[in-house]
Design a protein around this ligand. Structure first.
Ligand SMILES: [Zn+2]
Length: 504
C-alpha cells in the first residue's frame, strides 16, 4: 500500500505565523511513525497524541510505515498545533476521508488522547498565515480565529465529528461557542490620587513624553496606585499597534478582551520573583512572548525593583535600547516586539522609610548603602524621571480638593504627543541625539541653570540629553514652543532625584 496526503496548517515563529504543509506518506513495511521537517520536542510528541486520538475516535490507525513531512523544512515547527492537520493527513492517506474534501481547508489544533480538539496559543498569527479560504479549529478558538476576518472558520469539538463532516455524512457541527469575555472594567482614574502634586506631574510627563519613570518612596505612599493609572494616560493604540499587541497576546496564549482587538495600552506588572523566560520570552515547551512584549505599546511596571534578579534586570537592556527582544533556542532565534514604557517602584531603603539618618528610618547605614548598590547605576540611568513619593498628607486625604481626572490630563498628553509627532517622533523620549540641538535649544537662562550641575558632575553628558528631552515634554505640556527656558530645565532637574543612587 502506498498513499499520500497534503494538508494545510501553520506554525508560529515569534509573533508571526508561517504556513506549513503537512505531507503524510503511508507505505508498506513494518508499522512505524516518523515526523521530519524540523519539529521541536512538543511537535514530535504529536505522534502519540495523533495515534491515540484516531484510535479513540473509532478511526483507523494504518498498520504501516507512516512518515509525516512538515514543509518548508527550514522553518522550525513549535508546539502542538499541527496535531489536527497530521491526523487529517493520516485519515486522507488512509482513505477514511476523500482528498478533495480538504482542498479548501486548513487545520489548526491540538488533539487530546480521547480525540477532543483543543485550542492552541497564537490563533491570530496562525490563521493570518493561512492561504486556504476555510480553517478548522477547536470550538474554544473559534472567536479568536475569526478576528483575522479573511477565512470561514469551522469550529469542531472532536475528531470523529470532523471525520463525519468531511465525509459529508453529517453537516458541519454547530457548537455553541463560549460567551465572549465581559467588557473591560474602566481603568482606574487619576482623580483617586489625592495630593502628590510632584508624583502626579511625573506620571503626566512620563505619559506625554514616553519617559521611563522610577517612583521611590515608603510603602503606602501610593506608588502602585500611580503606576496603575499611567496606561489610561497613554493614547489609545493606533490600528497597527493594536494588531501587533493582539498578535503578541494571542501568541502568548493570553486571553483577548471583548471584541478581540487590544485597543488600550497594556499594563503588565510581573512579580519580582519572575524568571528570565517569563520576562523576555522563549521557554522550552513552547516559544512564547514574555512580559516585556505583552507590555508593548503600554506600561511595564516593576514593583520592588531592587528585589528582581540581577540577570532579569540585565535582560531589559536590549528591549529598552532596541524596542525588540531576541530569544534564541536550539536552532531558532525569534524577535518579539518590546517597546514599552518602563515604570518601576522601590523603597528608599530596606525598612522602607528612607529619609535622613536619625529620622524614621531604622536601617543601619551599611544596609542602606548595600540596598542602593543593588539598584545598579546603568539601570537607574534608564529612568528619565526619578521621583520621590511621600505618603499623602492627612489634609489631602480628608479635605483636599478633588484631584484632576484622567480625562483632563489625557487631553494635555495628546496635545503634547501631537507636538512630538510634528518633530517626526511619537514622543520626545525617542528624539535622537542628532535632533536634540534642533528641538531642544536652550535660552541663556536655561544654560545658566545647567552650568553648575554639569560642572560639579551631578549631571553627565548623557544625563543632560535625557534632561533636555524631559524639559521639552514639560514645555510641550505648557504649550511652549521654542527654546527651553530656565523654568522648564529646573523642573526637569527636580525629576532627577538622586535619592536612590546613593549619591551624597
Ligand atoms: Zn530604612
Amino acid at each position: 500500500m502506498l498513499a499520500t496526503a497534503t494538508v494545510s496548517s501553520a506554525t508560529v515563529l515569534g509573533v508571526d505565523g508561517r504556513p506549513v504543509t503537512v505531507e503524510v506518506h503511508v507505505s508498506g513495511g513494518l508499522p512505524a511513525f516518523a515526523i521530519v521537517g524540523l519539529p521541536d520536542t512538543s511537535c514530535r510528541e504529536s505522534r502519540d497524541r495523533v495515534r491515540a486520538a484516531l484510535q479513540s475516535s473509532g478511526l483507523t490507525w494504518p498498520p504501516h510505515r507512516i512518515t509525516v513531512n512538515l514543509a518548508p523544512s527550514s522553518v522550525r515547527k513549535i508546539g502542538s498545533g499541527l496535531d489536527l492537520a497530521i491526523a487529517v493527513g493520516v485519515m486522507v492517506a488512509n482513505g477514511d476521508v476523500p482528498a478533495r474534501a480538504i482542498e479548501d481547508l486548513a487545520f489548526i489544533g491540538e488533539l487530546g488522547l480521547d480525540g477532543t480538539v483543543r485550542p492552541v496559543a497564537g490563533m491570530v498569527p496562525l490563521v493570518d498565515a493561512l492561504r486556504a479560504p476555510e480553517v478548522v479549529v477547536s470550538v474554544a478558538a473559534g472567536a479568536e480565529a475569526r478576528l483575522v476576518g479573511r477565512h470561514k472558520v469551522r469550529p469542531v469539538a472532536r475528531l470523529d465529528e470532523l471525520a463525519l463532516a468531511l465525509r459529508v455524512e453529517e453537516p458541519w457541527p454547530d457548537h455553541a461557542e463560549p460567551p465572549p469575555p465581559p467588557p473591560e472594567a474602566p481603568p482606574p482614574d487619576l482623580s483617586d490620587v489625592r495630593g502628590q502634586p510632584v508624583a502626579r506631574k511625573a506620571v503626566e510627563v512620563a505619559a506625554a513624553g514616553g519617559h521611563h519613570l522610577l517612583l521611590v518612596g515608603p510603602p503606602g505612599a501610593g506608588k502602585t496606585m500611580l503606576a496603575r493609572r499611567l496606561p489610561a494616560l497613554l493614547p489609545p493604540l493606533a490600528h497597527d499597534q493594536a494588531i501587533e499587541a493582539t498578535r503578541i497576546h494571542s501568541a502568548a496564549g493570553v486571553a483577548l478582551p471583548a471584541g478581540g482587538l487590544i485597543r488600550r495600552a497594556p499594563f503588565r506588572a510581573p512579580h519580582h520573583s519572575s524568571t528570565l523566560v517569563s520576562l523576555v520570552g522563549g521557554g522550552t515547551a513552547a516559544m512564547r512572548p514574555g512580559e516585556v512584549s505583552l507590555a508593548a505599546h503600554g506600561v511595564l511596571f516593576l514593583d520592588e525593583l531592587g528585589e528582581f534578579h540581577a540577570d532579569v534586570l540585565d535582560s531589559l537592556r536590549q528591549p529598552l535600547e532596541e524596542g525588540v527582544v531576541r530569544v534564541s533556542r536550539a536552532r531558532a532565534t525569534v524577535s518579539y516586539p518590546a517597546r514599552f514604557l518602563l515604570v518601576a517602584a522601590t523603597n528608599p531603603c530596606p525598612c522602607g522609610e528612607g529619609g535622613p539618618p536619625g529620622g524614621a528610618c531604622r536601617c543601619l547605614e551599611h544596609a542602606r548603602q548595600r540596598y542602593r548598590r543593588r539598584l545598579s547605576g546603568p539601570l537607574l540611568d534608564r529612568f528619565d524621571l526619578r521621583v520621590d513619593v511621600t505618603r499623602p498628607a492627612v489634609f489631602d486625604l480628608l479635605d483636599g480638593a478633588p484631584a484632576e481626572a484622567t480625562s483632563v490630563v489625557l487631553a494635555r498628553v495628546l496635545v503634547a504627543r501631537e507636538r512630538a509627532r510634528a518633530r517626526g517622533v511619537s514622543c520626545n523620549a525617542h528624539l535622537s541625539d542628532r535632533h536634540l540641538e534642533e528641538h531642544t535649544s536652550l535660552t541663556a537662562g536655561a544654560r545658566r541653570a545647567l552650568e553648575v550641575p554639569l560642572r560639579n558632575g551631578r549631571l553627565s553628558a548623557r544625563g543632560l540629553s535625557r534632561l533636555r528631552r524631559v524639559a521639552r515634554t514639560l514645555a510641550d505640556l505648557d504649550g511652549c514652543d521654542g527654546p527651553l527656558t530656565a523654568e522648564h530645565v529646573a523642573l526637569a532637574m527636580q525629576f532627577r532625584a538622586d535619592l536612590a543612587t546613593g549619591a551624597p
